[in-house]
Write a protein that binds this ligand. Structure first.
Ligand SMILES: Cc1cc2nc3c(=O)[nH]c(=O)nc-3n(C[C@H](O)[C@H](O)[C@H](O)COP(=O)(O)O)c2cc1C
Length: 364
């Protein structure tokens, strides 16, 4: 990948500002908003901002390696492009643009089953990258099977089942804007199957899929233990960015107990408010193997499609490597909780509180 494909975006603050200009207020609120009082959303950031680094010095950090192996795939960064169903609202190429950037750069992309682009279309744009397919349940096992076949045929190597959306969150920003959900016409609205999901039915899906399986939306040690007992390969810690259950915990507050419960028997991935390299390094210190990014991905695609997404990944790489060097860790296996301490967050926390220099733009 060329060093600086979108030089107009020197840092993520500029990407955020451009994204805001490129989409309508209703779309902006749809991406950024969350359920009810948006307490869960804000707690994601609060939990991240409640941690500060304890840097160690003079350890020869002239070479830093931040390349993980995720589910057996060598990746360039411990990042995952999280599933997002409405990427076509950000850019005409939607999920295709994200997946292409992920493939070119070398990080996995998760395609949502409610995305406007099909697995085959995404695979055509990203033939060699590590591609993962995410399933929402809108039918019985006979409805699910051909969809799994389609993803497998297109070259998707792992399956995500999102399990924290038994009900669609009551999202005030969407209601106030009379926003019509873009995914409603993709898979229909028969959400009863999602609500009726059980561990037994999940096991049936897993058996038919036959490959690596990820449960996204695990928020307690008890469910993490159950996931491992069911042979799940990745426990993906998430609260859906606060978009479903309000008054949940921040994901970084869940992570230590879940890592402990999993006890190395599966990989642990996480998302929820991660927008900076320093955020990513904090999660790795607490035992996550990879960090998912959704809203930052949406902002990047809205700002400039594949090129802006690629720039975001380059910026994150610089930030992660920079942070690891500054705390004295030369490789991912050297990161641990000894690099972190609890602090009081600086100021109010919300989805844009990490972007402090975007200028006098009242719309953000
Ligand atoms: C606009 C939007 C659409 C999303 N669509 C999906 C989806 O189709 N499937 C899914 O599992 N999660 C979906 N999510 C949740 C994200 O994958 C992720 O878990 C959440 O946004 C937290 O990450 P973030 O804080 O980086 O945004 C969506 C999130 C947003 C903001």
């Amino acid at each position: 990948m060329e060093k600086n494909p979108a030089p107009q975006f020197a840092c993520s603050q500029q990407i955020l500002q451009t994204a805001r200009r490129n989409v309508s207020k209703t779309t902006w609120d749809y991406i950024n908003g969350a359920a009810g009082s948006e307490t869960t959303l804000r707690r994601n950031r609060y939990a991240l901002d409640s941690l500060a680094f304890l840097p160690r010095v003079m350890r020869d950090v002239s070479k830093v390696d931040a390349k993980p192996t995720l589910l057996g795939h060598k990746c360039r960064l411990p990042l995952v492009l999280a599933p997002m169903g409405s990427m076509h609202l950000m850019h005409k190429d939607g999920a295709v643009a994200s997946s292409k950037a992920g493939g070119q750069f070398g990080v996995p992309h998760i395609l949502s089953s409610v995305a406007r682009h099909s697995p085959a279309e995404v695979a055509a744009a990203n033939p060699k990258g590590f591609k993962i397919w995410q399933l929402y349940i809108r039918g019985d096992i006979e409805w699910i099977k051909p969809r799994l076949d389609e993803a497998k045929k297109a070259g998707f190597k792992a399956l995500v089942m999102t399990v924290d959306a038994a009900n669609y969150g009551i999202r005030d920003r969407q209601i106030l804007n009379s926003f019509e959900r873009p995914s409603a016409d993709i898979q229909g609205e028969d959400r009863d199957f999602q609500a009726a999901m059980t561990w037994e039915k999940m096991a049936e899906v897993k058996k038919y899929w036959g490959g690596p399986m990820i449960l996204k939306g695990i928020a307690t040690a008890a469910d993490a233990r159950l996931a491992v007992e069911h042979g799940i390969d990745v426990v993906y810690v998430s609260n859906h960015g606060g978009r479903e259950l309000d008054h949940g915990r921040g994901t970084m507050d869940m992570l230590p107990e879940i890592v402990q419960a999993v006890a190395g028997r599966a990989e642990v991935w996480i998302d929820g408010g991660f927008v900076r390299g320093t955020d990513v390094v904090k999660a790795l210190c607490l035992g996550a193997k990879a960090v998912g990014m959704a809203r930052l991905q949406a902002w990047s695609i809205a700002a400039g499609g594949t090129a802006a997404m690629a720039q975001t990944l380059l910026n994150l790489e610089e930030e992660i490597v920079n942070c690891m060097g500054l705390i004295g860790a030369t490789s991912l296996d050297k990161l641990g909780p000894e690099y972190l301490t609890r602090v009081t967050p600086m100021g109010p926390t919300h989805e844009h509180s990490q972007f402090r220099h975007i200028g006098p733009d009242p719309i953000i």
